[in-house]
Design a protein around this ligand. Structure first.
Ligand code: NAD
Ligand code: IPM
Ligand code: MN
Length: 359
């Protein structure tokens, strides 16, 4: 059966990186992958064209798709929009919520060729392979009440950090199962010394642990976790945490792998439908200049093949092609050493395609 893929380029470098990822997807089609690929607007681009960062038509197509590939959304042009519901980021958050994509997998994997590009000493990151499992549809991002209002003569802003036991349990199960398939270590990151919501988080993780006797569960406060990530990152195998802590820790983990431009992600719902996107944003500072690293987006296509399309061999082939271009010394500016020649976004795409086809 032909499966449907929806590509949402978005803003800033979004269209540049999804263009390269789409070429890789087309190369998979040429290898027999039976998919139909469509494109739709999201984010600031959709707001400009249709007055909404998540137009009805885009949402309907996303619902009908087996998998969605998203570039990035947002940028200074829309940061001052008075109506917060029209901000580009609301398009992304709306997609996650509407599709129920609660399980966000963010693998921080160091390609050995990039050990020198990491901000940490090579020996601290050699062999680094962390899977961050971030809860994506709850927590402080979505909690009610929220807002900015007048209280006692001044404005106050507030958000609510809330998780139900059921929400914690379902992300916990994703993480325990992931740990079972990997190094059998799970570190749950919270702030249970201060926040009740994460006291409950810790309790639920503890409650699940006996069902996964082969997994060693540990707990860490988020401030220490941030420190440990840059002190001794190889102590981690799978990390599970809430929406906001996961957002922050995954950007930090990305840098350990050489660049935020290397970190892909999968966001999954209960029926295996997924949205795939790089962890980075729309990088307005380099947009339109052919400087963006497309590898995180290309590697997100590999995750799509693995997690939503049941095509692990094609996923591995893409990952191997990325390894090959890195072996060959190709570097976009973000992963190039001082003074080293770098290639453009599309040259990197060309090289990955050539390597993919040669494999
Ligand atoms: P960002 O990730 O866009 O950029 C941070 C830094 O990393 C910049 O210097 C940028 O040039 C660099 N960078 C990011 N991706 C890169 C790539 N592929 N290749 C090379 N360098 C890369 O974060 P920001 O500057 O905080 O946010 C910019 C905009 O993106 C904001 O509007 C923000 O809301 C949005 N954003 C969107 C997403 C998303 O769509 N998933 C994620 C994060 C931020
Ligand atoms: C990410 C981004 C988003 C988030 C923003 C753009 C809403 O930072 O995907 O990491 O905070 O989840
Ligand atoms: Mn982020």
């Amino acid at each position: 059966m032909t499966r449907k893929i929806l590509v949402l380029p978005g803003d800033g470098i979004g269209p540049e990186i999804t263009a390269q990822a789409s070429r890789v997807l087309a190369a998979c089609q040429a290898q027999g992958l039976d998919v139909e690929v469509a494109e739709a607007p999201v984010g600031g681009a959709a707001y400009d064209a249709e007055g909404s960062p998540l137009p009805e038509g885009t949402l309907a197509k996303a619902r009908a798709a087996d998998a969605v590939l998203l570039g990035a959304v947002g940028g200074p042009k829309w940061d001052k929009l008075e109506d917060i519901s029209k901000r580009p980021e609301k398009g992304l958050l709306g997609l996650r919520k509407e599709l129920g994509l609660f399980g966000n997998l963010r693998p921080a994997l160091l390609y050995p060729q990039l050990a020198e590009a990491s901000s940490l000493k090579p020996e601290l990151v050699a062999g680094l392979d962390i899977m961050i499992v971030r809860e994506l549809t709850g927590g402080i991002y979505f909690g009610q009440p929220r807002g900015i209002e007048e209280r006692d003569g001044q404005r106050v802003g507030y958000n609510t950090y809330v998780y139900s036991e059921a929400e914690i349990e379902r992300i916990g199960r994703v993480a325990f199962e992931m740990a079972q398939k990997r190094g059998k270590k799970l570190c749950s990151v919270d702030k249970a010394n201060v926040l009740e919501v994460t006291m409950l988080w810790r309790e639920v993780m503890e409650r699940l642990a006996p069902e996964y006797p082969d997994v060693a569960l540990s707990h860490m406060y988020v401030d220490n976790a941030a420190m440990q990530l840059v002190r001794a990152p190889k102590q981690f195998d799978v990390v599970v945490t809430g929406n906001m802590f996961g957002d922050i820790l995954s950007d930090a983990a990305a840098m350990l792998t050489g660049s935020i431009g290397m970190l892909p992600s999968a966001s999954l719902n209960e029926s295996g439908q997924g949205m795939y996107e790089p962890c980075h944003g729309s990088a307005p500072d380099i947009a339109g200049q052919g400087l963006a690293n497309p590898l995180a987006t290309i590697l997100s296509v590999a995750m799509m093949l693995r997690y939503s399309l049941g095509e692990p061999a094609l996923a591995e082939r893409i990952e191997a092609a990325v390894g090959k271009v890195l072996d060959d010394g190709l570097r976009t500016a973000d992963i190039a050493a001082e003074g080293e020649r770098s290639v453009s976004t599309s040259e990197m795409g060309d090289a990955v395609l050539a390597a993919f086809e040669a494999l």
